[in-house]
Ligand binder design. Structure first.
Ligand SMILES: Cc1cc2nc3c(=O)[nH]c(=O)nc-3n(C[C@H](O)[C@H](O)[C@H](O)COP(=O)(O)OP(=O)(O)OC[C@H]3O[C@@H](n4cnc5c(N)ncnc54)[C@H](O)[C@@H]3O)c2cc1C
Length: 408
């Protein structure tokens, strides 16, 4: 008898949002043999540049690097490895130091410029978007999503394009449309918001002393200040978390005054801050959607599911974990979309929600701990750091977790 069951090429998945998370998800699904429609408002635009590099940078873990490389993407010339992370605080006497050799790795991670990363992802996407290829790219804005009531019916996305409104019918929607996800909002999924009262000021600076492939982070009372290495040993990208008012004031400073404040806040660890690029401010929030699976044929990933504080550089990395977790389920049962996929996707949703909750709680706790100005608490923090530094097994565990080496 002839086998008439559809193959994975006949199952159709839409990915909404082609930021780092959605674009990577689309490439991996194509690799698994799915027919994919990728929807984004527009192709990525080059970000603001300064001192020869993109001022938007993300720290990517070894697990994330591996995922990108598996789809042929790695912007080598724009990815600076860091083998050490050095953390200290406002009143601190002890530095907390993480070294890649402690976990037998050559790097703890890479600081990657966002524009070249997105450009490479899209270059790879275009290779698959040929007339008979497995990928359709739809440039337009998703306005609405209608989910089926009956098993077997399709999910329908309404996409507004320049001169038309189109409908895309698919077996599964993966929403990677960022913190303001229209898919999440259309399905009335509440998202719990943890306000931070903070903004992140980002820029690129030139320093007198070389950064030594180290990610430097000083916890100040109103938020952490990070100087992250670039491929040029004297260039660092800056992520400076602070109160809204301090951020507005520092955005308005002249270059010389800004460099002097940064150098002082950084305790001159890299000598004189000699030049700064254009500065940008981002309001910060932490947020978690009530569920990662609002319907048996719709899942949320990346910032559409949760937004975390940038202090641990985890946003994209958690989004990549979402993809890996979803693909594991798909890989175990490529035909899961033929029947009712809710039991498999529920497993994904539960795992990812729990992981997001624990990360949000940990980051919120860390932020609060370092905002405490009481001398007793500061003393305790310093003792804690000293003890932690001496417990290599504990440090290794934390490092393996942060590097995505424990995530399976
Ligand atoms: C200051 C700062 C520093 C950070 N540092 C780090 C770091 O070091 N490491 C790290 O891992 N993360 C970091 N992050 C977080 C990281 O930037 C985000 O987690 C990441 O961009 C989320 O990726 P995403 O693909 O889920 O969403 P986005 O990057 O937000 O992409 C969403 C995409 O969806 C599209 N879209 C949205 N709505 C629609 C619609 N209705 N129709 C069609 N398309 C739509 C958008 O055009 C966009 O392309 C940082 C964030 C900030 C603010």
């Amino acid at each position: 008898m002839k086998n008439t069951s559809p193959t994975s090429e006949q199952l159709h998945i839409a990915v909404v949002g082609a930021g780092p998370v959605g674009a990577t998800a689309a490439l991996l699904l194509i690799k698994q043999g799915y027919q994919v429609t990728l929807v984004d408002r527009q192709e990525p635009q080059p970000g603001p540049m300064g001192l020869g590099m993109d001022i938007r940078n993300v720290a990517l873990s070894p697990a994330s690097a591996q995922l990108l490389k598996s789809v042929g993407v790695w912007p080598q010339a724009y990815a600076a490895p860091y083998d050490t992370m050095r953390i200290w605080e406002h009143w601190g006497t002890n530095d907390l130091v993480f070294d890649a050799t402690d976990v037998d790795q050559s790097a703890l991670g890479w600081i990657v410029q966002v524009s070249p990363l997105l450009a490479q992802l899209w270059q790879q996407l275009h290779l698959h978007a040929t007339s008979n290829g497995p990928l359709s790219i739809v440039l337009g804005q998703v306005q609405n999503i209608v989910v089926p009531v009956k098993t077997g019916d399709k999910v329908v996305l309404t996409v507004e394009q320049e001169s038309a409104v189109n409908h895309v019918s698919v077996d599964l929607v993966i929403a990677a449309d960022g913190a303001e996800s229209v898919v999440r909002k259309s399905l009335d999924v509440p998202a719990a918001l943890i306000p931070t009262g903070q903004m992140a000021l980002t820029t690129v600076v030139r320093t007198e002393f070389a950064h030594q492939n180290t990610a430097w982070q000083r916890f100040l009372l109103d938020g952490p200040l990070a100087l992250l290495p670039a491929n040029d040993p004297h260039l660092c990208s800056v992520v400076w978390t602070q109160s809204d008012t301090s951020c507005q004031r520092r955005l308005a400073l002249g270059d010389e005054a800004f460099c002097a404040e940064l150098q002082h806040a950084f305790e001159n660890r890299l000598g004189k801050v000699q030049a700064a690029a254009q500065r940008q401010g981002f309001p910060l929030r932490q947020q978690l959607a009530e569920t990662a699976m609002p319907h048996s044929r719709v899942v949320l990933i990346g910032d559409a599911l949760r937004v975390v504080h940038p202090l641990a550089g985890l946003g994209v990395n958690l989004g990549f974990e979402d993809i890996a977790s979803l693909l594991k389920i798909i890989h175990a049962n490529p035909h899961f979309l033929l029947g009712d996929p809710s039991s498999q996707l529920n497993k994904f949703a539960r795992q990812r929600h729990l992981r997001s909750e624990s990360m949000l709680r940990a980051l919120d706790g860390l932020k609060r701990l370092y905002a405490q100005d009481k001398p007793g608490i500061s003393w305790l923090r310093n003792v804690g750091v000293g003890v932690f530094n001496s417990q290599l097994w504990l440090k290794r565990q934390v490092m393996r977790e942060a590097m995505g080496l424990t995530f399976r």
